[in-house]
Design a protein around this ligand. Structure first.
Ligand code: SAH
Ligand code: SF4
Ligand code: F3S
Length: 468
């Protein structure tokens, strides 16, 4: 009999990927994903521990689930298994069990391949099942193949964990040590995705460019080599990778940007701060000029490459002069898009123990100044596309009838009126308007650059009007 599974996901793309794989693990047990927690047989909260706000959400959500669990039991509709997964589970598993004893299962990011056993255990007895070990085996060796269709644009985890230990960050503790999947495993998964209709693959890792592995040819591959091998897969039209660390940006990967047409000209390369003093205190192991030089080399290889970044303001000890260096770096580099955050002290990380914490109002002011600059850069970047024609991979049907949504090479959301038949295709779209978070365009007649079979497709029957 089919059972209802509701998964709520916070945090990074790796968590989104993990949630999809949890559903794959539970499918043989009869669990089918549903869109709301009411009446579900199992609810998983896949959590994020990166900043205080992200963590707090778990406990407020759990309060709500407890009520739903009681309602289901009182209605004689069976038991709702409540599980907490992800990075909060890893970091605060015992606290969750103590504070919310109605939680049935708590498990970290490296143990979800054992979900069937955990569910069986939880069904047999009262009390919480806690599994936050870092097992010696890799979950990737035990996960079932992903369910057939993962969508036109799919994630593929190639690397996980982090050995960098930036002093502000919980990831090395919640995800564990750096681990790379084998080239053979990744290529097999990529081929299955493409056979299921995927046209764009985003290779995921907490430090994705630290990926290395033994290739099927016996040689040690780096990410550049992996990208070249993936580019050989027929029907795979776009490749991306995220998130990269500046220190792992090697020559071969930079060359791949020049040589592999499927590799998109858009790179998320966080720098966090522009002051060398702050970068050293963050243990980033590179200077602001090191970063500038990497960007120069990338742009020499791929002149139309655009960058995205992450920034932290108000790191302990950050002075006005330090912050001015961040603004200067942003001005020098020029970002198409970026995420910026106020520093959030995290339990167990070295920076949280620093006495020179920056006052909240100073953090607020710096964040506002930085975001103003970044937003202006993003708007200018988006505006520069108006009147241009860009290849868009349509990956979703829009909310309004007759409209498709897709992504430009630069990850901009583009919407245009288009026939459903263009779903999964890369289509030339003329950009008519730039909005803060999306572009609106018109399908350029007869200029489809590809079709699902990789041949040049041509429609040529209609010119479709742009919509917002
Ligand atoms: N592995 C990636 C990203 C990790 S987390 C990297 O090395 O860049 C994503 C982003 O969250 C980070 O890039 C950082 O900007 C932000 N972040 C991490 N810890 C934080 C903290 N304690 N306070 C505020 N922002 C934080
Ligand atoms: Fe966190 Fe730094 Fe590792 Fe990124 S490189 S995951 S910011 S410790
Ligand atoms: Fe959050 Fe864990 Fe990702 S802390 S950002 S879900 S690695």
């Amino acid at each position: 009999m089919s059972k209802k599974l509701f998964i709520k996901t916070w945090g990074c793309q790796m968590n989104v990927y993990d949630s999809a794989r949890m559903a794959d693990v539970l499918a043989p047990l009869g669990y089918r994903p549903v869109d709301e927690p009411d009446g579900a047989d199992m609810v998983i909260l896949n959590t994020c521990h990166i900043r205080e706000k992200a963590s707090e959400k778990v406990f407020s959500e759990l309060g709500r689930l407890r009520q739903l669990k009681d309602i289901k039991a009182e209605a004689g509709d069976g038991r709702m298994i409540v599980a907490v997964a992800g990075c909060v589970a890893q970091a605060e598993g015992e606290e969750i069990v103590a504070r919310a004893p109605y939680v049935d299962i708590v498990f970290g990011p490296q143990t979800y391949h054992t979900l069937p056993e955990m569910v069986a255990k939880a069904s047999r007895r009262a009390g919480s099942v806690l599994n936050t070990d870092f097992p010696v085996e890799s979950k990737f060796d035990f996960l079932p193949d992903e369910s057939a269709a993962q969508g036109v644009a799919a994630f593929l985890a190639v690397q996980e964990g982090c050995d960098k230990f930036c002093t502000f960050c919980v990831v090395p503790y919640t995800r564990g040590a750096e681990f790379s999947r084998t080239g053979a495993q990744i290529l097999a998964e990529a081929r299955r995705l493409v056979a299921g209709g995927t046209r764009e693959i985003n290779l995921l890792g907490q430090n994705v460019n630290a990926w290395h592995g033994d290739g099927p040819d016996g040689a040690t591959w780096g990410l550049g080599r992996l990208v070249r091998e993936l580019a050989e897969i027929d029907g795979l039209e776009r490749i991306r990778y995220t998130t990269s660390h500046p220190r792992d940006m090697d020559d071969d990967l930079i060359r791949a940007h020049a040589e592999v047409p499927q590799l998109m000209p858009y790179l998320h390369l966080p720098v966090q701060a522009g002051s060398d003093r702050v970068l050293a205190a963050m243990n980033r192991k590179h200077t602001a000029d090191d970063y500038r030089r990497i960007v120069d080399r990338l742009r020499a290889a791929k002149p139309d490459l655009a960058l995205s970044g992450d920034f932290i303001v108000g790191f302990p000890g950050e002075s006005d002069a330090d912050f001015a260096e961040t603004l200067r770096l942003v001005t020098d580099v020029g970002y198409a898009q970026a995420y910026s955050f106020k520093y959030s002290p995290r339990p167990g990380t070295p920076a949280a123990l620093e006495t020179a914490q920056v006052p909240e109002d100073v953090k607020d002011a710096r964040l506002a100044a930085l975001q103003q600059l970044l937003n202006a850069q993003q708007q200018a970047f988006n505006q520069s596309f108006v009147g241009q024609t860009v290849p868009v991979l349509f990956d979703r049907v829009g909310k309004r009838g007759g409209q498709l949504l897709g992504k430009s090479p630069y990850m901009q959301s583009v919407h245009a009126e288009a026939n459903d038949r263009l779903l999964g295709r890369i289509v030339e779209v003329r950009i008519d308007a730039a909005h803060p978070n999306s572009l609106a365009g018109t399908v350029a007649t007869g200029e489809y650059t590809s079709s699902p079979t990789g041949q040049i497709g041509r429609n040529g029957t209609q010119t479709l009007e742009a919509t917002v």
